[in-house]
Write a protein that binds this ligand. Structure first.
Ligand SMILES: C[S@@+](CC[C@H](N)C(=O)[O-])C[C@H]1O[C@@H](n2cnc3c(N)ncnc32)[C@H](O)[C@@H]1O
Length: 319
């Protein structure tokens, strides 16, 4: 768990950042009055570090984002929240996507492995259309929801807690899916590893279906620095906390980094959210290197042919 620094900030009683200076100290700066030189140096070095633009992909915090016990619970609620597309797309969009999986690739009787299946929103729908589905995810919180849904719908779905980058994965699959632009969060090296593994999971001619964020979406991104108390309510922590966010853009590589620092009285941690944006040429080159060939470029939502201004691109590729 990436917890930044051993010593917490000095405690601020009842959330008051700097107590009002007593009358005999009116002319003294309240900040220096209440903080030692060491505190000030530490604060400076933390804020300085937060504002440094790192080389792309040196640090990963995906485990904190998806498997921290508190955040994973909040994430599950966000996956299921029909008012936002933050963690999963809304159900009506997912219905549309699984509809074109059926039309374009066929699901009935197929062996499907859904990587990063989360709470099983796609797995459930694919199994309901007759596919034999294995869902893989490292969030046990999401998997336990997915299992309970499968049981209540009487669907025979296997859910495996595993890291798709390192753990054993099932072979002889007709279809492997990786949905909601998870591919974009990986470094080039991790993407190469994953594509090689996916190729190894597929039967000859099997389909790898996935989606990526595209360069028109990158063009809309801006570098920002924000700071707020409880920026997402209880999402990061049930306790009082402050959230800092710094967004860096890498124009040449078409990468964005949203770097978060969450500071509570007991715990501080960082999240590095990397997103690489693709166009059909860059993605087809990576697939080709792994021995996969693009068959179709589609709209994620409708399965209609993809258009260059779309901010996401769904791909069917073949082993
Ligand atoms: C953006 S969510 C998408 C979930 C699901 N595909 C959907 O659209 O509803 C990403 C999912 O991938 C999982 N995940 C990320 N990296 C993973 C890894 N290396 N191994 C297994 N699961 C991973 C997370 O736990 C999370 O459930």
């Amino acid at each position: 768990m990436p917890v930044w620094g051993e010593a917490p900030f000095p405690p601020y009683p009842e959330g008051r950042l700097v107590p009002f200076p007593p009358s005999d100290a009116r002319n003294r700066d309240p900040w220096t009055q209440h903080h030692t030189k060491r505190d000030q140096n530490k604060m400076y070095s933390i804020l300085h570090d937060l504002n440094q633009k790192p080389e792309p992909f040196p640090r990963y915090t995906t485990d904190t984002l998806w498997t921290d016990p508190w955040i994973a619970q909040q994430m599950l609620k966000t996956h299921l929240d029909q008012g936002t597309d933050l963690a999963s797309r809304r159900f009506r969009t997912i219905d549309g996507t699984v509809g074109w999986f059926e039309r374009k690739i066929g699901l009935s009787g197929k062996k499907v492995c859904d990587l990063g299946c989360g709470p099983g929103l796609y797995a459930t729908r694919m199994a309901a259309r007759g596919a034999q589905v294995i869902g893989v995810d490292f969030s046990t919180v999401s998997l336990s929801y997915a299992r309970s849904e499968a049981t209540s719908r009487n669907l025979d779905i296997e859910y495996r807690p595993a890291d798709y980058l390192t753990d054993d994965l099932p072979g002889e699959q007709d279809i492997v899916s990786l949905i909601y632009c998870d591919f974009c969060t990986l470094s080039p090296k991790k993407r190469r590893t994953l594509l090689k593994r996916i190729k190894g999971m597929l039967k000859p001619g099997g389909a790898f279906v996935f989606d990526v964020s595209t360069t028109p979406q990158f063009a809309e991104r801006r570098e920002v620095v924000t700071y707020a108390r409880r920026p997402m309510g209880d999402f990061w922590s049930p306790d009082d906390h402050f959230g800092f966010q710094t967004t860096f853009l890498y124009d040449e590589e078409k990468i964005a980094l949203d770097r978060y620092l969450i500071v509570g009285p007991e715990r501080q941690f960082e999240i590095f959210n990397w997103i690489q944006y693709f166009d059909p040429e860059t993605i087809s080159e990576e697939l080709r290197e792994a021995g996969l060939v693009i068959e179709e470029k589609l709209s994620v939502r409708t399965g209609e042919p993809w258009t260059p201004e779309a901010d996401e691109l769904a791909l069917i590729s073949r082993a």
